[in-house]
Write a protein that binds this ligand. Structure first.
Ligand code: HSE
Length: 351
């Protein structure tokens, strides 16, 4: 089955997914029963191309990598250039929109409008943008359901490590009473470096140079990035609509080398923990803050930019999942997981 795909945004994450599609086309990855056909790419900086019969993925990647622009994509009969994101979502023949634009997480835009427009035009969406899920989950999921389309956002929490689908699919049947986790790689990396003796400033500079940090690292160090992810977990896994600004949030900017050393001397470690706890009355308490964890706690063994999450389950007990929380290939892969699930769901409903 052919799946017609349009990319809205074509930065590193989008390109990583395009590479995976290319591997599928070359037979280096299983087909999973579908052949992705990239029909459109629209990027606010790099330009846009659309061909209803499909574009050449290798040519798309070379154009953006060699020249930084889709203008270098070769001309061919029927090729349309210059459509913006909305034209591309509404008027191309794509049935799957890959939404990977640069989004302002404070407003969730333009990703919220992109998702909304796609759903209104009966198109499915996969995205790694936290904004739409953290800020407009109820509205967008209702709209997707009403229009009988798929919305995948696995990569919004822990990139390609399946922090969202694992509890829903594999741990089904449990009641999850508490979730705690290290959901921000930059701060965990910084704390680990401070445990080795680096100052806060040195550790932050190193995290920035390695590319884990957000464009504005304030979002990492003050806990805002982890807070958006915590809101997504509350909405999606605990069924509680909690606005991210209502989540208690304290980052690591007050953490000193002395505090880190003192903790180590007591066989403890500081970790920036996101925590969601179900109360007796069914409400959920949510926080993001540095917490001291015992040296023997599995979370104390999570070092560097790695993320981890623990689900306290009533039947299976605590289940911990750990893995990358960022990275281009890992985040590109999270979109691929969503697309495989979309296809499987579609194939099942057609039986
Ligand atoms: N800046 C984020 C982090 C990237 O460090 O975890 C992934 O959301």
């Amino acid at each position: 089955m052919t799946m017609k795909v349009a990319f809205i945004g074509f930065g590193g994450v989008g390109q990583a997914l395009a590479e995976i599609f290319l591997k599928q086309q070359k037979g280096e990855k299983p087909s999973f029963g579908f052949e992705p056909e990239v029909v459109a790419v629209s990027d606010i900086m790099k330009g846009s191309v659309y061909h209803p019969n499909g574009l050449n993925i290798e040519e798309l990647l070379s154009a953006v990598r060699d020249s930084g622009s889709l203008d270098a994509y070769p001309d061919q009969t029927g090729l349309i250039r210059g459509w913006d994101s909305m034209d591309t979502i509404k008027d191309t023949n794509a049935d799957m929109i890959v939404e990977v634009t640069f989004t302002d997480v404070k407003t969730g835009q333009p990703a919220i409008d992109h998702c909304q427009t796609a759903f209104e035009h009966n198109k499915s969406v996969v995205t790694t943008n936290k904004g739409p899920v953290a800020l407009a989950y109820d509205e967008l999921s209702a709209l997707a359901e009403k229009n009988d389309v798929f919305w995948g956002f696995e990569g919004t929490v822990m990139s390609g490590t399946p922090a969202l689908r694992l509890p829903v699919m594999t741990l089904a049947g449990n009641e999850i009473t508490e979730i705690k986790g290290i959901l921000n790689g930059t701060t965990n990396y910084m704390i680990t470096e401070m445990e080795k003796g680096k100052t806060y400033k040195e550790a932050l500079e190193k995290a920035q140079s390695l590319g884990f940090a957000e464009a504005d690292p304030v979002s990492d160090v003050e806990g805002y990035d982890a807070r958006y992810k915590t809101a997504i977990l509350a909405n999606y896994l605990m069924g509680k609509k909690i606005a991210s600004e209502d989540i208690y949030c304290k980052g690591i900017s007050d953490l000193t080398l002395e505090m880190v050393k003192e903790a180590l001397d007591e066989n403890q470690k500081w970790r920036l923990l996101s925590r969601l706890t179900k109360r007796e009355d069914g409400s959920v308490e949510a926080s993001v803050k540095p917490e001291l964890v015992d040296g023997n706690d599995p979370l104390a063994g999570v070092n560097g930019p790695t993320n981890a999450i623990v689900y306290e389950c009533d039947l299976s007990g605590p289940i911990m999942l750990t893995g990358a929380g960022a990275g281009l290939i890992e985040t590109g892969y999270s979109l691929f997981i969503d697309i495989i699930h979309y296809h499987r769901q579609n194939a099942l409903t057609k039986l």
